[in-house]
Design a protein around this ligand. Structure first.
Ligand code: ZN
Length: 78
């Protein structure tokens, strides 16, 4: 499941079409201040690449919120 599509309730595999329904593990380094991993489908990873991290999360505020929440949960897990 693509993290960005699932937050928008979009069927990522239908959205990408056959042959492109492959998920990529994308690592972000700068935006959240620490290494963050997201799973993105082909279209979303292209969007991230085109827009850059900050513009991508500006257009996906729900995804940004979810990542921040899971990051703060992780920081309690010593
Ligand atoms: Zn996607």
């Amino acid at each position: 499941m693509c993290d960005a599509c699932s937050i928008k309730n979009r069927n990522w595999s239908l959205h990408n079409g056959p042959g492109k329904s492959k998920l990529e593990n994308v690592r972000l380094f700068s935006y959240f201040g620490s290494e963050t991993r997201v799973r993105l489908c082909y279209l979303c990873s292209m969007q991230l690449f085109r827009l850059g991290e900050s513009n991508f999360f500006q257009s996906n505020p729900a995804l940004e919120k979810q990542i921040k929440q899971s990051n703060s949960v992780d920081s309690f897990d010593f």
